[in-house]
Write a protein that binds this ligand. Structure first.
Ligand SMILES: Nc1ncnc2c1ncn2[C@@H]1O[C@H](COP(=O)(O)OP(=O)(O)OP(=O)(O)O)[C@@H](O)[C@H]1O
Length: 271
């Protein structure tokens, strides 16, 4: 890892190629230990998969990184700074975007409007200017619309722009979730079970899409996923959890062959 210390007049900051660092994170729900001292780094520009059997703590960790849950102990650093004091509504402007397992789209709005909503946190206009339709708000709206159209083109969804969400196939809605998340130009895109409910062709499109997002935007990707084939194909690094503890992290092949991971999934292997 390529860390170096850079001194300025007022402060000393750590310049690092680690985008996100999970440091000894524990989370308890009453007597249940959902996460127990979990640590790992996500290098900038990598695609990282987070796996583990049911109840392993994947969603809990995902929710801690997106600030939906608080940790009991440990720290989570984004670009070298703790995010634990940052409110949830700041996550998007800080560069952390996410998609949801259960689609969180507005069924009675058009595709374009849903995608434009994803870009609003980066807007400069205020509530009053928007209400009065002042010239700069109209310009910003136009720019937002153009950007939404270019994200829709990137995702191959431009033909659907004016359709209502309600009637669209599930696979298209899943792509729209990704499109909307891209509107905030995330440095880290967190994807919660992106493969869930997709058919075979949609799965191979998803692999290509995740790679294209990283390659063209330089976006770092963290995905929580049960579909092992997808995780192993698309990830450069995989972190495996079980019963709230990190079992292993490494290249997909190392994880697939790791005896503790095999045992956690199959209940067999190493004795
Ligand atoms: N809000 C909550 N309140 C109480 N217990 C919770 C809560 N969220 C998670 N848990 C518990 O924490 C543990 C980890 O759950 P979590 O949902 O993070 O696992 P997971 O790996 O995402 O599982 P799955 O793959 O089934 O979604 C489980 O025992 C779960 O029951």
């Amino acid at each position: 890892m390529n860390n170096e210390i850079e001194s300025t007049n007022s402060a000393t900051s750590v310049v690092t190629d680690t985008l996100l660092s999970v440091q000894d994170v524990s989370v308890h729900f009453g007597g249940i230990i959902a996460l127990d001292g979990v640590s790992f780094d996500i290098p900038a520009g990598q695609i990282v998969g987070l796996i583990g059997p049911n109840g392993a703590g994947k969603t809990t960790l995902f929710n801690c990184i997106s600030r939906l849950y608080n940790v009991n102990s440990g720290d989570i650093l984004f670009e070298g700074k703790s995010i634990l004091q940052s409110p949830i509504h700041k996550m998007s402007s800080m560069g952390i975007g996410r998609t949801f397992q259960n689609l969180a789209l507005f069924a009675n709005l058009s595709v374009l409007d849903n995608v434009m909503i994803g870009g609003h946190p980066t807007g400069k206009t205020d509530y009053v200017s928007n209400a009065l339709h002042l010239p700069w708000t109209r310009r910003e709206e136009r720019e937002l619309r153009d950007r939404a159209m270019s994200v829709l083109r990137f995702m191959g969804l431009q033909e659907t722009a004016l359709q209502l969400i309600g009637g669209l196939p599930f696979g298209v809605q899943k792509r729209l979730e990704i499109a909307r998340a891209l509107m905030s130009k995330p440095k880290l895109l967190m994807m919660d079970e992106p493969a869930g409910g997709l058919n075979h062709n949609e799965l191979s499109d998803l692999v290509a899409t995740i790679r294209k997002i990283r390659d063209e935007f330089g976006t770092t990707v963290l995905l929580v996923e049960h579909h092992m084939g997808l995780v192993m194909e698309v990830s450069e690094k995989v972190v495996a959890l079980s019963f709230g503890k990190k079992l292993a992290e490494g290249a997909p092949r190392e994880i697939q062959e790791h005896p503790d991971v095999i045992e956690a999934y199959l209940g067999t292997g190493k004795k």
